[in-house]
Design a binder for this molecule. Structure first.
Ligand code: GLC
Length: 434
């Protein structure tokens, strides 16, 4: 009896054990399956980029994802003002948990980002030989102390666009000097039904600084000498540059609304046939010549105008990729950088949007030249373009210049007072006011 009941109990436990074992095994199978599926989920690599450029980069991003199904590329669309994007990156890194695996970086951000430790030194990931295929100035912009923190994707340089049909109508040659530009604008405004002479970027943002860098150099001056840290803002040339910007507005050559213009706004005026001259970056070529554009076929570009006896100047711009120091996926993020900066994708981007490549060989690529004959001239401009000062306090110095220039062109201060105050504040930031 005793034995019998013992056997029954054992039997019941055995049955129960069988169920438990079965449940455990099924659980394990489910877990393994789940883990496998999870492991096959693509890794997301994310970066922030100006909205207008994200749209243009989307087809390359799609191509990358097709070729790399283990990576999902997320381009977060930011504001179109370059320094507003920088502020967002800065805040995300200061908060300590940046969601960005890559930093799509303007040519002027690296000293600050590298010094703050927000970027990985990528010098071991790319050889000197590979780097030698890129424009020197674009590579130099990625250097900080002994490290490399940015791979160039595209370069940029400010140029002057003009309407060939309007110049022909008034019988004038393309302008060389500031005075020529004013005279040609006035002639076109008087003799044709074009509203404006010259449009540019006058909003209080980084673009205003790039316009100023060109004009001040065209008057023979400079903003900050990167080697000596000397500030040139209160010198004659700098004051003349601010006066010129103010004068074109007060003479009605430039619309008053320019003080709110970013690149896109000035392009719209030019593209719609409302202005004879435009200072902008090379991408405008494709945009203003696209099918349906009222000015297609009637535009040309040349180096910026300058003062008598001086040389034309182009401000160096451009964008590239930095690797975020906090990304949990540096290898996948680096594959994205390799893709965008390799010859074929860069060429596709150049061919579609007329952006200036960072790879030197693309300037003389027969297909590129057949589409954009002016690239030969751009290479020369690219090699001599003026960089903005590569210093850690760049953002602060740019902000000072933006504020005072804006005050000068909106009639809140005289150009002279504005530039003197800007010079004083800049020297304080640099610690050279002593
Ligand atoms: C362009 C240039 C960039 C510059 C910006 C200013 O995007 O490539 O370097 O800072 O314009 O608006």
């Amino acid at each position: 009896m005793f034995n019998f009941s013992l056997n029954r109990i054992t039997l019941a436990w055995r049955r129960r054990f069988r169920w438990v074992a079965l449940a455990l095994v099924s659980g394990l199978i489910a877990l393994t399956y789940g883990l496998t599926v999870w492991a096959q989920q693509p890794v997301t690599i994310s970066f922030l980029v100006r909205a207008v450029e994200a749209d243009q980069m989307q087809s390359l991003a799609n191509q990358f994802m097709e070729e790399n199904p283990d990576i999902r590329l997320e381009m977060v669309r930011g504001p179109n003002a370059a320094d507003a994007v920088e502020d967002l990156y800065t805040t995300s890194f200061l908060l300590g948990d940046s969601p960005y695996d890559l930093v799509f970086s303007d040519v002027v951000w690296i000293p600050k980002f590298a010094a703050a430790g927000w970027l990985e030194d990528i010098s071991d990931r790319v050889s000197d030989e590979e780097l030698s295929e890129f424009l020197d100035a674009d590579v130099v912009a990625g250097l900080y102390q002994d490290g490399l923190y940015r791979m160039p994707f595209r370069s940029d340089m400010g140029m002057l666009y003009y309407r060939t049909d309007l110049l022909e109508e008034v019988g004038l040659e393309p302008p060389e000097t500031f005075a020529d530009l004013i005279a040609a604008s006035q002639a076109i405004q008087e003799e044709t039904d074009t509203n404006w002479g010259f449009v540019w970027q006058g909003s209080q943002y980084e673009g205003l600084v790039t316009n100023y860098v060109e004009i001040v150099a065209g008057f023979g001056g400079f903003w900050i000498d990167p080697d000596t840290q000397e500030v040139g803002l209160d010198q004659d040339a700098s004051i003349k540059a601010a006066e010129f910007m103010k004068q074109v507005i007060s003479d009605g050559i430039t619309p008053g609304g320019v003080t709110n213009y970013l690149e896109e706004d000035s392009l719209r005026q030019f593209e719609n046939g409302n202005a004879a001259f435009l200072r902008n970056w090379p991408y405008v070529w494709a945009e203003a010549n696209k099918e349906g554009s009222p000015v297609a076929g009637n535009i040309a570009l040349k180096p910026m105008v300058h003062d008598d006896g001086q040389q034309p100047a182009a401000c160096l711009g451009g964008w590239g990729f930095g690797l975020s120091a906090t990304t949990p996926h540096p290898e996948e993020a680096w594959r994205v950088v390799e893709f965008f900066t390799s010859p074929e994708p860069m060429k596709a981007f150049v061919m579609e949007h007329a952006y200036v490549p960072s790879r030197r060989a693309l300037f003389t690529d027969p297909e590129v030249l057949a589409e954009f004959p002016h690239f030969e001239q751009l290479l020369e401009v690219a090699e001599t373009a003026i960089p903005r000062p590569p210093i850690g306090q760049y953002a602060q110095l740019s902000d000072i210049l933006q504020r005072y220039l804006s005050a000068a062109i909106t009639n809140q201060m005289t150009p002279e007072n504005a530039m003197q105050a800007a010079a004083r504040e800049s020297r304080r930031v640099l610690g050279t006011d002593g």
